[in-house]
Design a protein around this ligand. Structure first.
Ligand code: ADP
Ligand code: MG
Length: 321
């Protein structure tokens, strides 16, 4: 199978590769042509996933396809952007039909779920790695940046935390899950659910937002730094899934929520009056803290003490140095 046949069969022929509202010209020419709603800003984000670094060398290609796009699309949600399209640059050791078919199926499933058309990419031979760029559109002045948190805002999250971190030991052991709770965590890891609808609902309401990829502490630290405020997290209000609580002790679940990463929930700051409005609209969001004068992230423990936790997000170039 040659490069062009591969692109045609597995990517150009996928149902998510169709043109539509925002895509005037998709796969097949030198560039795709996009037509975002008049006056909107275009939001762009790129993520690379390398085999052996971001995912196990041996894994289910359908799950890999799903996860790769889910993780990328989460950045659009965090910006309050509506989906426009995405590109896929894939480097593959060999063109194996079964692997490609399953990978494309998983990718296509997430693309359909996110309403994100595949608009182009690049296909090369080499060690397995994926680079996805997602594009979205957002009205001027309504993008959810990290820099707008105000003293007095609430700190909120879009759902349970710690599932991604709790799933990682299972992923690394190549477990398929021995219980319903384990299978739930694995599904949360392999098919992150980008909060695109909520992102749009937060436009003009949230003062700052991001998606939690590195763990609550590290990511809240980004909002605190960009907004020049202090974010206080009330440990008692952090939400957990039933599955996480079934498998791990409370201290371990807390560690996963704070530092595990891979949750892809949104964390955002909100004027207090907005919380009941959004909840009445049906968004399952929850306040877990607030914004104060100061800097960094503080944790209020169960006993009411304040601690300044050491934040250690993942840094690709810090290992061993
Ligand atoms: P060029 O040589 O002009 O860069 P390519 O031969 O790389 O074009 O790609 C041909 C067409 O197929 C382009 O429209 C490109 O965007 C698309 N394409 C290539 N690889 C992929 C892929 N993995 N997924 C989706 N589209 C792809
Ligand atoms: Mg090319």
């Amino acid at each position: 199978m040659g490069e062009f046949e591969l692109i045609r069969q597995y990517f150009a022929a996928a149902s998510c590769a169709r043109t539509g509202a925002g895509v005037v010209l998709g796969i097949g020419d030198d560039c795709a042509l996009l037509n975002p709603p008049s006056g909107n800003l275009v939001a762009v984000s790129t993520d690379t996933l390398v085999a052996g670094v971001h995912f196990p060398e041996v894994c289910d290609p359908a799950l890999l396809g799903q996860r790769a796009l889910g993780v990328s699309a989460s950045d659009l949600a965090a910006m309050g952007a509506s989906p426009l399209g995405f590109t896929l640059a894939i480097s593959l050791p060999q063109a194996e039909a079964d692997w490609l078919q399953r990978f494309a199926a998983g990718l296509n499933q997430m693309a359909e779920q996110c309403a994100l058309p595949l608009i182009g990419g690049d296909t090369t031979c080499g060690p397995l790695s994926l680079t996805l760029s997602v594009l979205g559109h957002v009205p001027p002045h309504q993008a959810l940046q990290r820099s707008g948190a105000c003293v007095g805002d609430l700190l909120c999250v879009s759902g349970p935390l710690g599932d991604g971190g709790g799933a990682l030991p299972l992923v690394l052991n190549r477990s398929l899950g021995d219980s319903e709770a384990e299978r739930y965590l694995l599904a949360r890891y392999w098919a992150p659910q980008p909060q695109l609808g909520l992102g749009v609902a937060l436009r003009g309401r949230a003062t700052a937002a991001l998606d939690i990829s590195d763990g609550l502490l590290a990511d809240c630290g980004h909002i605190a730094a960009a907004s020049q405020v202090c974010l206080v997290i009330d440990q008692e209000q952090i939400p957990y899934s039933e599955a996480l609580q079934r498998i791990y002790r409370p201290e371990q679940a807390l560690q996963y929520a704070l530092s595990g990463g891979d949750d892809y929930q949104l964390a955002f700051t909100l004027p207090p009056a907005q919380l009941p409005v959004l909840q009445a609209e049906g968004w399952p969001i929850q306040a877990i803290g607030w914004v104060e004068v100061g800097q960094g992230v503080q944790l209020q423990t169960a006993t009411g003490h304040r601690i300044t936790p050491a934040v250690r997000g993942y840094d690709h170039f810090e290992r061993g140095s």
